[in-house]
Design a protein around this ligand. Structure first.
Ligand code: BES
Ligand code: ZN
Ligand code: ZN
Length: 492
């Protein structure tokens, strides 16, 4: 039998850094132990932000008590960081406390203080506990810890917030798992089967389209990427409509289950990471999974072209010309610029649903990673008000976006081809993320289009403290906020 721990928060007192302010839950706990908690903190002095201290023997119900420093009380909105610091501080401090208690090894229950924001506390604690160890033997797996919401005043509102945060974290963890899973175990077929298994029971209609269907749709660009692979391609279509009499948002996600580069083969160093080149598709899946779990009143269609990008005797060769669904011819100068080729057809197809907005998301360019690192997702938008709403959502989730340009300057580069309407890499070798966006724009006629390049945020080293190492599942929570806000008429 493991032990039960309690995790409590403690703010800095704004006027006096030598003093501290216990959260409401911590104050109530302190009363039940006759002030022994504050006595203990007084001995060691106030806790600095993101520091955790563990006390033993203060309480008969909780033999282990952890306290974390939350930073200043009412930190508020930080303009230059574009973040809600109250929430972000709770996410990171609670994650530090949760990890500390888990690493003790003997704890199997943690009662987590919501610190006044159950969404953030549930996110921080559940995101940090995620760990991809399902392929390891039992002895190598981290111990299982249950997280309970500490809500001393039994406030029903606080309970709803905790459950919301829990659902968001669960959705991001599913996205991470899809991305992390080795490519031999996460083929297009497997991804499609998981969608059927997991989404059907939430009321999402899932259609698995095969190669013959894609041929009938004249998706020559998508299929040219699938040519080199022995794994059959899948075009996955997911419909979740809980907002009758509305037009949908279509989410399009790049689903390259492994990107070897094709004939334009990538170097071997870090090639394994290209198992997560379906991060766009995983984000679309996770977003729809989360919205359906929340029974959110939204109307969403998800499209994910899924295939490997592999070299073989059947693979597309540099210089080959293919035709996309809209009839445009594309000269493939580099088979490693395959994401834009699969997205081209999916974007064309998206127009069939007369959407209010088309949003595509893709681990598209190494250049994006160079530009913004893992700090923010680069967003190219033809509509300022849609971008502004997405930006606002990023402030709230802590998973932020930054606007990038869509310019004819870049279009010039990809429309320069001796043999076709377009070439797939452009010439100058600069501004690669913007060139890729300009290429995608050739397949969009809907006035409202956003393209998210998530190559930079695909995996996490120590960029986001509450995520741990590995594939990140970013920015799925921001997309969930966006869809909800959009159908709640918060666009202006
Ligand atoms: N999947 C890669 C982009 C990528 C790189 C994602 C690093 C995540 C981390 C994409 O298909 C690619 O290879 N892009 C090329 C484009 C180039 C050939 C124009 C790139 O960025 O080098
Ligand atoms: Zn590539
Ligand atoms: Zn790729």
């Amino acid at each position: 039998m493991g032990k039960r721990a309690i995790l409590l928060g403690c703010f800095e007192k704004n006027e006096d850094k030598e003093k501290y302010l216990l959260t409401e839950n911590a104050t109530k706990f302190d009363e039940t132990v006759d002030g022994k908690l504050s006595d203990a903190i007084n001995v060691i002095g106030p806790l600095k932000k993101n520091k955790c201290r563990v006390f033993y023997g203060l309480s008969p119900t909780h033999p282990v008590v952890a306290v974390v420093g939350l930073g200043p009380n009412n930190a508020g909105y930080n303009d230059s960081e574009e973040i809600d610091e109250d929430r972000e501080n709770i996410r990171s401090a609670i994650s530090v406390g949760t990890r500390t208690l888990r690493d003790l090894g003997s704890i199997d229950q943690i009662d987590v203080d919501d610190c006044g924001d159950g969404v953030a506390a549930a996110e921080g604690s559940h995101l940090i506990l995620y760990n991809y160890d399902e392929l390891k033997g039992e002895s190598l797996k981290k111990s299982n810890v249950n997280l309970n919401h500490l809500n001393v005043s039994k406030d029903p509102e606080a309970e709803l917030k905790w459950n919301y945060g829990l659902t968001l974290a669960k959705g991001q963890n599913i996205t991470r798992r899809l991305m992390e899973t080795p490519a031999n175990l996460m083929t297009p077929t497997r991804f499609g089967n998981i969608a059927v298994e997991e989404l059907s029971k939430l009321g999402v209609k899932v259609h698995i389209r095969d190669r013959a269907w894609a041929e009938s749709q004249k998706m020559g660009s998508f299929l040219s990427v699938a040519n080199g692979s022995d794994q059959p391609p899948i075009f996955l279509e997911m419909h979740y409509n809980n907002a009758p009499n509305t037009k949908p948002i279509v989410f399009v996600g790049k689903g390259i289950t492994f990107d070897s580069g094709g004939i334009s083969l990538k170097p071997s160093l870090n090639m394994d990471k290209m198992r997560a080149d379906m991060g766009g598709a995983a984000n679309v899946f996770g977003t729809i999974y989360t919205l359906a779990s929340l029974k959110a009143s939204v109307n969403i269609i998800g499209l994910t072209p899924l295939t490997e990008n592999m070299p073989s005797g059947k693979a597309t060769k540099p210089g080959d010309v293919v035709f996309a669904m809209n009839g445009k011819s594309i000269q493939i100068d580099n088979t490693d610029a395959e994401g834009r080729l699969v997205l081209a057809d999916a974007l064309c197809y998206a127009h069939n649903f007369e959407p209010q907005l088309i949003l595509d998301i893709a681990t598209l360019t190494g250049a994006m990673k160079v530009a913004l690192g893992a700090a923010m997702v680069g967003v190219f938008s033809t509509s300022t008000k849609h971008y502004n709403l997405l930006q606002k959502c990023g402030v709230q989730t802590g998973d932020r976006v930054w606007r990038m340009p869509i310019l004819s300057h870049f279009t010039k580069q990809i429309t320069d081809s001796a043999t076709a309407d377009l070439n797939n890499i452009g010439g100058a070798g600069q501004g690669g993320a913007c060139v890729a966006a300009a290429f995608l724009k050739e397949f969009v006629t809907n006035p409202n289009w956003m393209h998210l390049d998530i190559a930079g945020v695909m995996d996490n080293k120590d960029d986001v403290s509450y995520l741990g190492k590995g594939m990140s599942g970013r920015p799925m929570r921001t997309l969930v906020y966006f869809a909800k806000a959009f159908f709640n008429n918060e666009l202006n």
